[in-house]
Every structure is written in C-alpha cells, then in structure tokens.
Design a protein around this ligand. Sequence first.
Ligand SMILES: *Cc1c(COP(=O)(O)O)cnc(C)c1O
Length: 398
Amino acid sequence: MSSKDIMEKGEKYLLHTYNRYPIVLERGEGVYLYDTDGNKYLDFGAGIAVFALGYGNSKFNDAIKAQTEKLIHTSNLFYNVPAVEAAEKICALTGLDRVFFTNSGTEAIEGAIKAARKVAYTRDSHTDHEMIAMEHSFHGRSYGALSVTGNPHYREPFGPGIGNIKFAKFNDLDSVKALINDKTCGIIFETVQGEGGIYPATEEFIKGVRQLCDEKGILLILDEIQCGMGRTGSMFAFEKYGVRPDILTLAKALGCGIPVGAFLMSEAVAEKSLVPGDHGSTYGGNPLATAAVCEVLRQFEEKDIVGNVRNLSPLFEDKLNGLKNKYGFIKDVRGAGFMRAIELDRSVGDIVKEAQKMGLIVLTAGANIIRLVPPLVIGEEDINEMYRILDEVFSKIE
Ligand SMILES: *Cc1c(COP(=O)(O)O)cnc(C)c1O
C-alpha cells in the first residue's frame, strides 16, 4: 500500500478525533523517525514526551521480547515478578510508599482523585468533598481527569463532569487560598504545565500550596505524567523545589511506549484511602508493561539519562534564546531541561509543517506555541540540528 492509500484508509476508518499530519511513520532509530516514503525526521516530539530512550533500543526491545516469551498477562489476583520489581524501584525513586499501576495517564489521574476523595470520606463520612485544579491544566480525557482539566474547550461539550471541582489560577497562591474551605480534599496540578503551554510552577507557588495543604489536611496531588521521568533535568520535577506530593501521577516516559501509568502515594494516604474492592484494573501493572518499566528505569540509571538532560539543558536554552533574539515574532521561550516552548505572536500550524518538510518533528501546545520534548538521549549535535532547521524555517517567515 502506498502512503497515500494508507492515509486515505486512515481517514475512512479511524474515528476523526485528530487532524493528522500527512506522514505515515514506519520505523525509528535513535532520535530519528522514518516514514513510508523513506523520509527521515529528527524527532523533537518523542511520541508526545513518551519515547525517552530513543528508537530501536535493542536492550529495551529484548526485555519486552523476553517477557513476552515468559508471561504477558496474569491479572492482579496474583503477584508477578516485574510488577513487584517495578513497584519497589519507583517507590524508591519518588520517595513515596505505594504504587498502583495503570494503563495510561488519564487512569492514573482517576486513581489519584479516588484516593483523595476516599481519604476525606474516611475522615468524615461525607460525600461532598471538593478539589481544586488549575486553569489551563491538562490531566486527560476520561471523566475524572477531564473534570480537573482547566481548558473549557476540552471539557464543556461533555458536561456535567464529576462535580465539586474549582479552578484556581496557576502560580497564584491567593487564588488557591480563596477557594479552600472545609470540604477541600485535594489540590491537583502539573509541576510543569504541558499542554497548557509549558509553564513551570514557581517555587513560591508550589511551596505555598504544600504549606496550605499541611495546615489544612488537604492532599497535594502532582501530575508529572509529562514533566516527570527526567524530562526537566531531575528524575521528577518536584525534587527541585524541595517539596513532596502526597499523591503523584506518572505515565508517558514510564513505559517508553508500552502503555503504562502509575499513581503513587505516601503510606499515610494509603492507610486511609483505597482498600481491597475500592479500585482495580484488569491489565494494570501486567508483567509485560511492568517489565518495560523495569528496563526503562534500569537504562535511566545505566546511561545517566537525567545527567544528559542536565548537561545539555544550558545549550538547549542558549539555542532557543538565540532564536528569540533573532526573530521579533518570537514572544517568549521558556521551560526546563528537555521540555521547552517557543511562543510566537502568530499561529504555528504552518511552521510545524514546514519544519516537517525540512526533517524536524516538533509539537504544539496551543495555537501559538511550539513545544519541544525530544527523546532524553539526544546529543549536542541534535540540538544544533534542531536550531539549524528552526532558524531556516523562521528565516522564511515575514
Ligand atoms: C498526557 C497527559 C495526561 C494524560 O495521559 P494519557 O496517557 O494520554 O491518558 C495527563 N496529564 C498530563 C500532564 C499529560 O501530559
């Protein structure tokens, strides 16, 4: 089948929930992707911040193959070796005590919301607790996650959501304070807002919310589905602020493409929240998915993936500042580590397509923002190449 045929069939049979780019991706190698016409792309999207370790990673592929030979699925009615190993590792890394593995990010958010509500219910037996989420946040597409997602465009057509959710302004502590009352059971936000445009939490905000939560017995839920797993230059973005959440959500790079997510919590939260019968998942944490997690975490350590992000972050920032200084239509560049945004004074749709034609894949975050979330294994030469292509694309604009 030609690329054109595949695209036509895709348009015919796949539910039209995405405006796809006219490219059929076929295989990957390192930080490069190849389409069915043989074109090569430097990938600064990583399948939406998923494929941290680069493509065609033979040890990763071997680990999955080996697990496939042994056992793909068991259900959670039994123990399995990879799930226990992955759980021990991820608890040690996060400093949290217990984990529940899910199949996606949105499911991790569902679990986090249920856990927070259950803690409050255990305390007072009421069923009218409230949560505070942030404007411009993104937490996923299932109902609970959608209900705490701050972008009304995603939420409104599907109302009513789960209810009792209030939205504060991100990085505005007073706006959070103003919404807290006796019914507030949790405050949820992304440590670095992703889809909303790459906005890191300020130190004042995250520390302030942590303190408010401690004073009032509210749970702090941090969503690090996108910004976690080394992306910002520390294993988890919250580490840099010297705070720890009560509940943490992970996905995306956790399985590097094998669908897996997780929500974690402190022992104090676990004791008062989900007990047998309260929550479950047929697939969640199955041996195939958690074998992938184990191998991802092993390679993070072996290759010092986080160190690579930290080392190259100044170069990345330099290059983006260089573009900003050169082009008046760039309003802002921001982010941390390998999670960066270029905000323009205009729509970036055509710019993204032009970059693709020149062999660079980038993402967007809203109409005016280019989002750069490359695999975490890129080298200096890849950042220079990204700069060269964007420079050329930008130079043609006016
Ligand atoms: C992608 C994302 C989600 C949803 O994850 P899915 O796996 O697509 O369900 C939730 N929160 C954040 C911050 C994300 O970036």
